[in-house]
Design a protein around this ligand. Structure first.
Ligand code: TYD
Length: 409
């Protein structure tokens, strides 16, 4: 029995995905023996309505100087963050010369670079030093650290208070949100905006995209849970905007109570969540059944294709693929390799099931029979550049929202 990470109420077990490695721990053969595993189990708290992991590895095991995720690996994501920066710039920076923009988990500077280019005071806080270094090389002011209350106090002393504190695909990584909230209320100007966007629980439930559940994603938020999490700190959600990124995300705008006009998007989204049943346990039991069905169908499809001697590879060694491959126990006897554009992953093996990771060029030269679309959230970008694969008779396999071979003609 586990207590909720947010409110300490007794949380309910929803689904166990079994023994799971660190999703981004692409490793060399000599490290197979000492690979770290934990039990990936999802819980739902019926009190504060937060969907969460029962156990999460220590942050230092996930975010370090060999972190394998670089935000700028997708063109669409680069465009997304450029638009985000422009939106903040136009909407929230009233006195541009004296503004200060902070980003939590700023990665390779994909968003902050647009403020750096405009000479606006900014600071990225990024715990993984290798990605932080890429940002620093681009001239983006970045420190290597985990954001929490003490650091917020030190930043405020050195730079003053922030107009915007932004985070993208970061808040869902941090178990101790109390410390983040305390840091935010210290660092944020009275009229400032705390804005973050994260994979959205409603999308995960509707699409059975259980691959969003892995070590880094200790929470999958709904608006209802975000309201409950930040209310005790005097932070109020005043606007929400659904995003298409990461297979369906939600952007939450928060500020100090009574400082912002509450947009009708908040009440409208809460109504949608009620209709989706994001506040009741039954919805999550149904999700569990849908995950198990998806697993059975995925294994069956791959076995059928293997019996027909088809060659199957994976496209994009995403963190998400770690959950799918380990939960379904699919290894290199089934999937020959996974191609990925990230140099740090290439030549290594996927976490847990140890499928070789090869270069993108390898996929281009090879043209196998089937490719599993592990980066299904980038489907449009990928289909646009992989027309040749289809022309040569290749086929895509997806598993979100259901297991199927895509008919591209
Ligand atoms: P993403 O879905 O952001 O990964 P995650 O599940 O880790 O959040 O996809 C990023 C990964 O996909 C990254 O390893 C690069 C790879 N990728 C390709 O190999 N080719 C592509 O065309 C795209 C868009 C991504």
């Amino acid at each position: 029995m586990k207590n909720c990470r947010i409110c300490n109420y007794r949380a309910t077990e929803i689904i166990s995905f079994g023994k799971m490695p660190i999703a981004n721990n692409f490793l060399e053969k000599q490290n197979f023996e000492k690979e770290y595993f934990f039990n990936l189990m999802a819980l739902f708290c019926d009190f504060c309505k937060t969907f969460q992991l029962a156990d999460q590895p220590k942050p230092e095991l996930m975010f370090h100087e060999n972190y394998a995720f670089f935000s700028s690996s997708s063109k669409k994501m680069s465009l997304h963050f450029e638009q985000m920066a422009h939106h903040y710039f136009n909407q929230f920076l009233l006195n541009k010369e004296q503004s200060f923009v902070v980003e939590l988990g700023s990665n390779d500077g994909i968003m902050l670079q647009h403020f750096a280019q405009k000479n606006i005071k900014h600071l990225g806080i990024e715990p993984s030093d290798n990605v932080a270094q890429v940002a620093r090389n681009k001239g983006i002011n970045t420190i290597t650290d985990f954001f929490q209350e003490e650091l917020a106090i030190a930043i405020e002393k050195q730079y003053g208070k922030a107009d915007i504190i932004s985070a993208a695909n970061v808040m869902c990584h941090i178990s101790d949100l109390a410390s983040v909230a305390k840091g935010v209320i210290h660092l944020l100007k009275k009229t400032g905006v705390f804005v973050f966007e994260e994979p959205y629980l409603g999308d995960m439930i509707q699409k059975t995209s259980y691959d969003q559940i892995y070590d880094e994603h200790v929470y999958i938020f709904s608006l209802l849970s975000v309201i409950n999490i930040f209310k005790p700190y005097g932070l109020q959600v005043f606007h929400v905007e659904p995003q298409v990124t990461h297979g369906g995300s939600m952007r939450y705008y928060l500020g100090f109570e009574n400082q912002h006009i509450i947009n009708k998007s908040v009440s409208e989204q809460l109504l949608k969540e009620k209709k989706l049943g994001l506040d009741v346990l039954e919805t999550f039991y149904a999700f569990k059944n849908a995950c198990e069905k998806n697993k059975t169908e995925f294994i069956a499809l791959l076995h059928t294709l293997k019996k027909q001697n088809k060659r199957i590879v994976g496209y994009a060694a995403t963190s998400k693929s770690t959950t799918v491959l380990n939960y379904c126990n699919i290894g290199s006897d089934c999937i020959e390799y996974i191609s990925d554009t990230t140099p740090i992953k290439q030549g290594k093996f996927s976490p847990g099931v140890h499928i070789p990771i090869k270069t993108y060029q390898n996929f281009k030269d090879d043209m196998p029979d089937y490719a599993i679309l592990f980066a299904w959230n980038h489907a449009q970008e990928i289909f646009e550049k992989e027309e040749e694969f289809i022309k040569k008779g290749g086929k895509w396999i997806t598993f979100v929202p259901e297991v199927k071979i895509l008919n591209m003609i």
